[in-house]
Write a protein that binds this ligand. Structure first.
Ligand SMILES: O=C(O)c1ccccc1NCC(=O)[C@H](O)[C@H](O)COP(=O)(O)O
Length: 256
């Protein structure tokens, strides 16, 4: 599934590249206003922080929510106390787009994450050209050379990279890269199985100066509390926010 999602996203990027050249998207990225300092916005605090996700659908759950106005949803997230917004821009299975990201960026003052299956420099330039402040790189989807190349490019463009892991080996690769924002995703991206205990097992091996993000599998406030207890600085939440009242749900998650 991860290979299929990554290949599909690369194919879609290639089609966009035929319409808008690499040189153009690179120039747009370089001309964009500076990225917000997402690492500072997400760094350790006396309370857990939340990255709230704009998520219409997913391979594991199918249709989740209509979300006709992603910017309005992001504004609700900001009101509810989110520290950053994640926008799933993958079109085939998540029904997202870069237009969603641009709309969100134009509405909120929070850092915005391009959450996609990135494997090409073109997609990193696109993210910055759309004024994303962060990009996601999934260790399991990339070989070391590509991971390092994309991480360096995102950093050069002034963005923060959320480096996503699912195991001790992937965590070592993320830390070797010098990642400062590391995610542990409870969702196995091949089987879709959720392991709520994975973060607690891996977190003790992540150095203190690395910002730790627990991704996926939050349904109720107790899940946020458990991630916080296990050392999460940040929790990334999608489904629970798009299928419930976004403001009050966020407030309940932040009250733990
Ligand atoms: O959500 C999926 O089904 C999925 C399947 C394959 C690859 C990635 C997938 N999701 C991306 C995410 O990591 C989540 O959207 C994110 O962590 C939020 O998760 P949740 O709060 O459980 O919706």
């Amino acid at each position: 599934m991860l290979a299929e999602l990554t290949a599909g996203a690369a194919e879609d990027a290639l089609a966009r590249r035929e319409a808008v050249s690499l040189a153009t998207v690179e120039a747009d990225a370089l001309a964009a206003p500076p990225a917000l300092d997402a690492l500072a916005a997400l760094s350790r605090a006396d309370r857990v922080k939340i990255i709230a996700e704009v998520k219409r659908a997913s391979p594991s759950r199918g249709h989740l929510a209509e979300i006709t106005d992603p910017a309005a949803l992001a504004a609700d997230y900001e009101l509810g106390g989110a520290s950053a917004i994640s926008v799933l821009t993958e079109g085939r299975r998540f029904k997202g787009s870069l237009d969603d990201l641009r709309a969100v960026r134009a509405r909120v003052d929070l850092p915005v994450l391009r959450k996609d299956f990135i494997s090409q420099p073109y997609q990193v330039f696109e993210a910055r050209a759309a004024r994303a402040d962060l990009v996601l790189l999934i260790v399991a989807a990339l070989d070391d050379r590509t991971l390092a190349e994309l991480f360096a490019l995102s950093t050069e463009l002034g963005m923060t990279t959320l480096v996503e892991t699912h195991s001790g080996d992937e965590l070592s690769r993320a830390l070797d890269l010098g990642a400062r924002l590391v995610g542990v995703n409870a969702r196995d991206l091949s089987t879709f199985e959720l392991d709520k205990t994975l973060f607690a097992r891996l977190a003790p091996t992540i150095p203190d100066d690395v910002v730790k993000v627990a991704e996926s599998a939050v349904a109720v406030p107790a899940d946020v509390a458990a991630y916080r207890e296990a050392g999460a600085d940040v929790v990334l939440i999608g489904e629970a926010l798009v299928t419930n009242h976004p403001v009050s749900t966020l407030e309940s998650f932040l009250a733990v």
